[in-house]
Design a protein. Structure first.
Length: 91
């Protein structure tokens, strides 16, 4: 009574990285052998600016750069343990 998976079946699963502050399971450790895992990193400054510009097309580009640079700085602080919660474009 096995269910056959279609050869074109694709599943996209989103998971936070393990550890504080997410308190979730280590996705790769738990099911990494069952999936082809692709880690998506945060966008570079120019890509994040394009993303932000798409949400605020009338916002001055200097403000967009300031916001994107602030996000980048906050992520850097989180990576170094100076603040406890990382900042992401997805939030």
């Amino acid at each position: 009574n096995d269910i056959q998976i279609h050869p074109d079946f694709t599943m996209f699963v989103l998971a936070n990285r393990p550890g504080f502050p997410f308190h979730g399971n280590d996705f790769f450790r738990e099911v990494g052998d069952c999936f082809d895992v692709l880690v998506v990193t945060n966008p570079d400054l120019e890509s994040e600016m394009k993303l932000l510009q798409s949400f605020g097309p009338n916002v001055d580009s200097s403000k967009i750069r300031q916001i994107a640079s602030s996000f980048d700085h906050l992520r850097s602080l989180a990576d170094h343990g100076d603040i406890s919660y990382p900042v992401s474009s997805e939030r």
